[in-house]
Design a protein around this ligand. Sequence first.
Ligand code: ADP
Length: 481
Amino acid sequence: MARIRVLAAASEVYPLVKTGGLADVAGALPKALAAEDVAVTTLVPGYPAVMQALPNAETALSLDDLFGGSARVLRGNAAALDVFVLDAPHLFARAGNPYMGPDGRDWNDNAFRFAAFAQVAARIAGGAMRGYQPDLVHAHDWQAGLVPAYLHYAGGSVPPSVITAHNLAFQGLFPREVLPALGLPPDAYSVDGVEYYGNVGYLKAGLQFADRITTVSPTYAQEITTPQDGMGLDGLLRRRASVLSGILNGIDVDVWNPATDTYIASNYDAEHLAARAANTAALQQRLGLDADPNALCIGVISRLTEQKGLDLLIDVLGHVLSTGAQLAMLGAGDGALERTFSGAAKANPGRIGVVIGYDEPLAHQIQAGASALLVPSRFEPCGLTQLCALRYGAVPVVARVGGLADTVIHANEMALAAGVATGIQFAPPAAEPLEHALAHTAELFRDRTAWSRMQANGMRADVSWRRPAHRYANLYRELAV
Ligand code: ADP
């Protein structure tokens, strides 16, 4: 098999720059793909943190005028990743978040910042850089959404493209007035082009023109073709269903490894589950929960937003407490949810422990100490916390949506009889089914043999990037013939 060269375009790459799951994928996938003989070079904007990580990069391409300033593409290596950095100080040399100013508002030139980013990716793909010609381009999310559009309108011989939508809730919509500055032909502004209900839609453009569309789980790939979950793009996605597929994300199984994790009180594996008890005790102490080795301790690690469905948990808190369970929660986001959960913790000392904020070590400690991990999302493109939970023996209790449906084997009677269950699913994401699921969880927890079996099953499941990388490699090979 011939080696395939892929130019990836991603606005975030872990560990260089991260605000969400896209960064994890863009950071992990190239390493896993190396084993498949796929060489990925990732174009990333030259945010200050990225520039600092590549002090010795060489100039591979110079651009006299890129949306109002000169720019360079640097080539280098950072954190074991082969990267091109778009060094365009007038667009990217800004402190703080990649998308927002210090006042929390989007930069008012985001349309041009990410058009520039996409245009440079398309130029490199089209052969602008001496000595580098990719076999295909892989664009990630709205920030790179215009790459397939630029390739399409460039015409001639251009490599094929793939776009991955990590979450359809983020679409990169801009007023139609930006169009003349983008360097696209005027007729691009149509429903068969980059128009999206009177705006220019960057993700829409990518979905329209890429040769293949992927999203991060098979169930989400199907869900987004429905009006309920398609966020206005379902019509387009139905039309392009033959090139749409879902490939699950993996997790970094070295970072998330209970046998070596240095954040947790006691290391363990599937054969030594008893050693997990010390983590439960440590978690209970940390969150002010009653020291009770036999309590069902339900963990939550989440952004507190509408998507994540934690308002449903508020509706059933009384029931949770009546079963004798504890709640160990880490989250941040919506102010009203933060206040409600903090208030519930104050009102129920010893039973509900809440930390508001972003705390990586505590996330590991909850995975290692909680009995179960609750993910009641209304929609979930893939979801990572349930994958970490499987690996850590925290039995996932999840809404049967998106990637949650694809990664947890529900403990129905036959799955239990066959000894293959790894968690509990409920549907639809609403208070009553959630209450039933938590009652079911409490019942299963009392059967320690069945529970330990579920934990061990989850811990033995392969949640690494190995399988996903193989699927991406197959997709690339189909395209790059
Ligand atoms: P999303 O990307 O939609 O927020 P995912 O489940 O795909 O949800 O990924 C969330 C990641 O962020 C997980 O690795 C999780 O552990 C982490 N995380 C979420 N909230 C927090 C928090 N408050 N503190 C620490 N880690 C968090």
